[in-house]
Design a protein around this ligand. Sequence first.
Ligand SMILES: [Zn+2]
Length: 719
Amino acid sequence: MIRLTAAVLMTSLVFACSQDNGGRQSVGMVETSAEADTAEVLDGNPLLGEWNTPFGVPPFDRIDGSHYLPAIRAGIAEHRKEISAITGRAEAPDFTNTVEALERSGAALNRVSRVFSAVNATNSDDITKQTAKVVAPLLAGHQDDIFLSGDLFERVDAVYEARDSLELTAEQRRLLEETHKDFVRSGINLDGPAQTRLREINAELATLNESFRENLLNDTNSFVLLVEDKADLGDLPTSLVALAADEAKRRGHDCECWAFTLQRPSIDPFLQYSPNRELRRRIFQGYAMLSNNGDANDNNAAASRMAQLRAERAALLGFETHAHYVLSDRMAEAPELVSELLDRVWVPAVKTAVEERDARQKMMSADGIEGGLEAWDWRYYTEKVRKANYDYDEEALRAYFEVTAVRDGVFALANRLFGLTFERRDDLPVWHPDQQAFEVKDADGSHLAVLYMDFFARESKRSGAWMNALRPQSKSGGMVTPVVTNNFNFPAPTANGPSLLSLSEAETLFHEFGHALHGMLSDVTYESLAGTSTPRDFVEFPSQVMENWMKEPEVLAMFARHYRTGEAIPGEIVEKITASTKFDQGFRTIEYLAASYLDMAYHTLDSPEAVATGTFEDAVMADIGMLDEIIPRYRSTYFAHIFAGGYSAGYYSYLWSEVMDADAFQAFKETSLFDADTAARFREHILSKGGTRPGMELYENFRGRSPQIEPLLERRGFL
Ligand SMILES: [Zn+2]
């Protein structure tokens, strides 16, 4: 069954972009007809039929881009038949013949679309991109066909009305309630014309979502900063200098020069190290104006239109605003509760950010530069303040965070906490040679899951870091073990050296692995309630909590070793890392909160009128009292989380989850970092439960009380 939850989880920590398809040929037209005439292309299509691979993983080695569209169409056709079989039954509706049957329906479609969306995000080519554009409205329409089917709802509703007299398990009851809610939230109770309009809105939103994503990708790729004077590189670490030199060569520059792009692993270190203020300004402006230049890649119209359509849809469904609609299905429940949390953190964060600004301004004036600090100066002087106060070079740290060592570190942590073991399996098919496959075994040695990890940035991968489930866990039709993937945009190894991560990239690895654990340790009956199928403001909790362990001295000692000498990370560096955890938190919190306020502002519009995004954003920033020297983490035209992902009225979720993760980690700190009982309770009440119970109930079962905000404020240095 297709649920209304998104399969892809993005981290708030990184936004790197790595595609450049400038030189490729377009594959031309892809059919756009929704009706399949696909008999010939189905023959030998490896996406269909049984997957004769170890653990039944997708046969990536045999799939090419042309296989997806026909397989998805065939999946839709099959799903339709399954739905007809449910609605056509003569027997009275009951839980098994209706709700459970609906849950199991669409298996073939789900299987293919999960693989497609994963591959399109990590290894896209022209044909998958074209396919995505066709598939997005196709799936949106198909979903509407199901959730707006009166015959089907009549049966679901009958079971729902009888729910108290049925002897259902707690999970069955939850599945019934969630299924019923999906219909109601999709507009089943609307009249004919309203439903027609709803379908139009959903289809248009699906298309806009894809074009927003594509414009952003193209615009990111169209920018390059070529540096020809070595002095402009400043103290940029050698590994990144090599990467920039490779990039220049790849782009056909036959000179001693270095190319910097708007990918986070490229732009961030440049802003941090280049002493050339004008070049910093240029690359910063390139980023800040992404898809905002009035050309073919401009996203202003798409963003405005999406906010407008969402407001209209919310009104149709009887909600005050899109945020009210979204939040009524989240832990936060209502926009007021989100505002309350944002405001609670905003005030101390601004105070801290102002102090940080003054310290950076002082450093800049000491450099003999006149005038005020600008946004493109922030990271450069932050690095100088860091060096002065904590005396460690963030880039020198990279030597202790070689990607394989960090990966093994997180594996070792999962072993200490839950007894899991990880065995590399090179016999499993992969979608790209860089992708690594592991068999994960439980403490008793039984097979638990397959985990794929795909670490490096490349042209065909979209920005950021994320997890998805290629196959969620379930046991309603026999035990199905999960297959999950972690995807990153870390700097690839070069001829001169391995991939060395920054501290925050290492944190990202722990974060995404937390999502992977949530998927792998799932122990539920129904797929649509498994693993990360939870409300969005709960789902970042299991991932963010993992970040806590990473910077603990005991955990660093387990994995952080110099990639050349094998020497363990020196104690004094660890002490400095610990001492600096509150460093720059004003800036980081402000840029995140500003984007959260922007998201909420777009989605609390109560009249479906188009807004001018630029003016609108300025007004929101003025309203919250944004500092001039900081821009929101994402501005409107590149805010992919909310306009090309599943985070609309949901970007606050990271902070909401952080309240829980900081408070939950305290439970370990109060005992020990690897306390067996606490870990067992965490697995039992949080990681294994998926979305089978409301988030607050799960939390309270784990902690014995509701979460408190103080550990978060303390951690960020705001208490
Ligand atoms: Zn995440």
